[in-house]
Design a protein around this ligand. Structure first.
Ligand code: PHE
Length: 447
């Protein structure tokens, strides 16, 4: 077997992991899920979930990946638990499922970046979204997005992923900060901050069962958990890395970028509408595209420039996430069967392009793929990984987590027990609420 690649630098791993985490989940879904689920109340549950459930769980994936030094599927066999290979396979499949429609939305973002430059959406933003979101355009740009993703993964870990994310991640943060500062200066953005930042506890209490599966699912999705992505990225790490600090930085940055995206999008919505519109009025999945485009359109030429910058950043964030999803499957085949990386990546890309045409053809399909991913596939996959690390691999996991930390035995034990208790219960409740919320009608768009 040829020598397996590793990250060139510690920052390389952190940036790639942040690149994976920060994506459409933070910039497209987080603001609109926040606005349809009670504003700051949702933000609060999301942040708690990221720290209390997401951080221990991401460390669990890091431990599996670094211990095994292998892709997410073969890792379990290498750790002497071959039956759990199924969990890795479920993660891989979940990731592929998600990438199929993720790429469709990525295609929308490409069209909006171009549309901002040409001013194509200025006259009628809703009609523009209609022409972008489904049909031949959607399919073509979905193909383009997938092709770029394949192109980066084909170059490998160090020259492809690490090199790309080293540029991408810092530019995302800098530009979002700039846009958030700009949003503060806009007339009418004031009330947005109360809505977004000060939680309505009564609302939260009354709607907890609805908010929890969304917010926790959002935390998993946004941290790239349950799809083998973090296992795979950690498999390119050496023993001297401090997983705990790295994990803390990654979770912190990811939450910060989610919040930051909200600080750009929510004020723009308030400027435009005086409130957060519901789905029918341009909220929901179209919020980022219709409402934000409206806001840019009302700002004339400056708005167009802002649009290019904003959608350009969303595009970069989406790409740096998509490559991590494709890398999971690619590394599995390259590690296990020794295929050539570019060929393997292209083969997966083609298959996923075809699957994604469903979502590109009708938005109802996209919604269905997304719901199933959030409410069933992701929590199941995270649950099984948590059970594995907490209850099956336990003491060895503690040992692995401690490597590269100074001492850290106490911390590692606390971590293990948090996985075995709080995290486990949290994921179970999320899965239960998620399944109940779609049972018995998962809303299949078959007609
Ligand atoms: N975390 C990414 C986002 O927030 C999506 C993603 C999920 C990427 C899983 C990789 C793996 O958009």
């Amino acid at each position: 077997m040829t020598q397996r690649e590793t990250w060139a630098t510690r920052a390389g791993f952190i940036l790639a992991a942040v690149g994976s985490a920060v994506g459409l989940g933070n910039i497209w879904q987080f603001p609109f899920k926040t606005s349809t689920n009670g504003g700051a109340a949702f933000v609060l549950v999301y942040l708690l979930a990221a720290v209390l459930i997401g951080l221990p769980a991401i460390l669990g994936e890091f431990v599996i990946g670094r211990r095994a030094n292998l892709n997410a599927v073969a890792a379990f066999r290498k750790l002497d638990h071959p039956a759990w290979t199924a969990v890795g396979a479920l993660g891989l499949l979940t990731g592929m499922w998600i990438l199929s429609y993720y790429s469709v939305v990525g295609g929308w973002v490409i069209q909006y970046t171009i549309g901002s430059a040409t001013g194509a959406y200025l006259t009628d933003t809703a009609a523009y979204f209609g022409s972008v979101a489904t049909g031949p355009n959607a399919i073509a740009f979905h193909g383009l997005f997938m092709a770029i993703t394949v192109g980066i993964v084909a170059f490998g870990v160090e020259d492809g992923i690490e090199a790309a994310t080293r540029l991408m991640v810092p530019s995302i943060v800098v530009i979002l900060v700039g846009l958030a500062v700009y949003a503060v200066t806009l007339d009418g953005s004031g009330p947005a901050y109360g809505y977004y930042l000060s939680p309505d506890i009564d609302y939260l209490a009354a709607n907890l069962a609805d908010i929890v599966p969304f917010a926790v699912g959002q935390a998993f999705f946004s941290l790239s958990l349950g799809m083998g992505a973090m296992i795979t990225y950690a498999s390119y790490l050496g023993d001297d890395d401090n997983l705990v600090t790295d994990g803390g930085i990654i979770v912190g940055l990811n939450s910060a970028v989610g919040l930051l995206a909200g600080l750009v999008v929510v004020p723009l919505l308030f400027v435009q509408f005086g409130t957060v519109p519901d789905s029918a009025a341009g909220g929901g999945p179209g919020a980022l595209f219709v409402s934000v485009a409206d806001a840019f359109a009302s700002l004339g030429l400056a708005g167009r420039a802002l649009g290019v910058v904003f959608f350009g950043v969303v595009l970069v964030a989406a790409l740096s996430s998509a490559i991590s999803l494709l890398e999971v499957a690619t590394s599995y085949v390259v590690d296990t069967y020794g295929g050539r990386r570019p060929v393997v990546a292209a083969a997966f890309g083609t298959g996923l392009f075809l699957l994604g045409t469903l979502s590109a053809w009708r938005t109802a399909w996209l919604g269905w793929f997304d719901t199933l991913a959030y409410k069933v596939l992701l929590p199941t996959s995270v649950l099984l990984a948590v059970v594995f690390v907490g209850w099956i691999y336990g003491p060895q996991a503690v040992d692995e987590l401690q490597k590269g930390t100074d001492g850290g035995a106490r911390l590692a034990t606390v971590w293990l027990w948090s996985l075995r208790t709080v995290v486990l219960v949290g994921v179970l409740v999320t899965l239960y609420l998620g399944v109940v919320s779609i049972y018995p009608s998962p809303g299949l768009p078959f007609v």
